[in-house]
Design a protein around this ligand. Structure first.
Ligand code: GAL
Length: 416
């Protein structure tokens, strides 16, 4: 006790100063990374900043896909109390940039040469009117399937390469009394599945025409009906308690062998990593059958809200930390995504991570890289949400496939 009492007034004053400085150098970050794997990845960023004595004020808003987070953001900005930085996807970044709400990151981008190392597909969303307005953290993709290896082996199932092989595997598991597909019945998850199913049914030209060009013929085509018919097959292979299930609880069903497959973006890989599981031993990752040559991507970015006309030192430091090659490797190894920079080695990544990086580079080079409709990279939020409504109504049996196609054409024409 006496030792503690020896603290001089000078020391106490110094402590008080350092605390106040730390609070001044805090960043408040709004995000939706609340699952085990996501939190583990986020810790890499928090620790990186703490190493630069930048404190982290956490503002988590649970809800996969970020809809809830974007609702809270709008309320915060309306109240004149924008966070320092916000996790944001694709078209949402562009929408906020159009409202002149985002800080200009050009100085740090120029100093660190972002233009040369961030791929064009990401820059299309990170920049507005020649200004960097967000710092890209990663590149996720949605057309993945995650499988429990022991369940596949026990049922003599090889990695399916075609829709027909996939449905045969689903039927084999159903006959064996194993839940074929672990799924969470939430609009953003139904849409995430739809990304891959539509690409598989119609191929890249169809996907681009329907979800990026919003071409009415493609949206109302027989191919779109086939996509909905395939969604009905998927619906017939999920368990009875799928409705409302969070995505990471569906991932846990595959991790624990309660289900064979999950169709989900590669943030699911972060759950396997967080559970200490190894690709090739405990689980298998593969592209949704029929989309092996394509990648439907969504990049997480941190948009920095304008704090009175200039980018704050903390925002610049956060942006710089995010784009550092060391962080890009350490974070994405845990998150399940590929780096947002093309010059990061895949040495630290596991087999699924290496495949993700290789697929991304190949798809970008061959014109097979497309923005994910489900995660805000193919069209603005109004169109995305209109698509969500139709896809989920169909998945829940409110529409048959013909009706879903008509409703999709109408909903998109109203929303765009
Ligand atoms: C995506 C996001 C991922 C992950 C996922 C589940 O939109 O890009 O980082 O958070 O949602 O919530």
């Amino acid at each position: 006790m006496r030792r503690i009492m020896k603290l001089t007034t000078k020391t106490i004053a110094a402590l008080a100063l350092s605390t106040s400085l730390a609070s001044a150098a805090d960043v408040e970050v709004l995000h939706w990374w609340t699952s085990g794997g996501e939190a583990a990845a986020l810790n890499v960023l928090k620790q990186d900043l703490e190493g630069q004595s930048i404190g982290w004020q956490d503002m988590p808003v649970a809800g996969g896909g970020g809809e809830a987070a974007m609702t809270v953001l709008r309320a915060r900005v309306t109240a004149g109390n924008a966070p320092t930085a916000v996790q944001m996807l694709g078209f949402d970044i562009q929408d906020w940039a159009k409202q002149n709400a985002l800080a200009n990151l050009n100085d740090v981008a120029a100093k660190e040469g972002w233009d040369a190392v961030v791929p064009d597909a990401l820059k299309a969303f990170s920049k507005a009117d020649g200004k960097w307005v967000s710092a890209p953290v990663n590149v996720h993709s949605t057309n993945w399937v995650w499988a429990n290896k022991a369940v596949l082996d026990a049922n003599g199932i090889d990695v399916p390469k075609t829709w027909e092989e996939f449905t045969a595997a689903l039927d084999t598991l159903a006959a064996a009394g194993v839940t074929p597909i672990a799924h969470g019945g939430q609009p953003w998850q139904d849409a995430t599945v739809f990304d891959a199913v539509a690409m598989s049914a119609g191929g890249p030209e169809f996907y681009k025409a329907a979800f990026i060009d919003l071409d009415e013929k493609a949206l109302g085509s027989d191919t779109m009906k086939e996509a909905f018919d395939r969604m009905a097959v998927i619906r017939g292979h999920v368990d009875d308690n799928f409705s409302g299930r969070d995505w990471n609880l569906a991932t846990a069903m595959v991790i624990n062998g309660e289900a064979g497959f999950q169709m989900m973006g590669d943030w699911a890989k972060g759950e396997f990593v967080n559970a200490g599981k190894e690709p090739g031993k405990d689980f298998v990752c593969f592209r949704f059958p029929g989309t092996q040559d394509q990648v439907t991507f969504n990049a997480d970015q941190f948009a920095m809200f304008d704090q009175g006309g200039t980018v704050s030192p903390e925002q610049a430091a956060l942006a710089s930390a995010i784009l550092s090659p060391e962080f890009q490797s350490a974070f994405n190894v845990v998150k399940g995504s590929a780096p947002a920079r093309t010059d990061v080695s895949d040495a630290a990544f596991d087999a699924c991570g290496k495949k993700g990086m290789k697929d991304l580079a190949a798809a970008a080079a061959s014109g097979n890289l497309f923005g994910s409709m489900a995660h805000g990279h193919s069209a603005p939020a109004s169109v995305k949400n209109a698509m969500y409504d139709v896809i989920t109504a169909h998945f829940n049996g409110e529409y048959d496939s013909e009706t879903a196609v008509v409703e999709l054409v109408d909903a998109v024409s109203i929303a765009k």
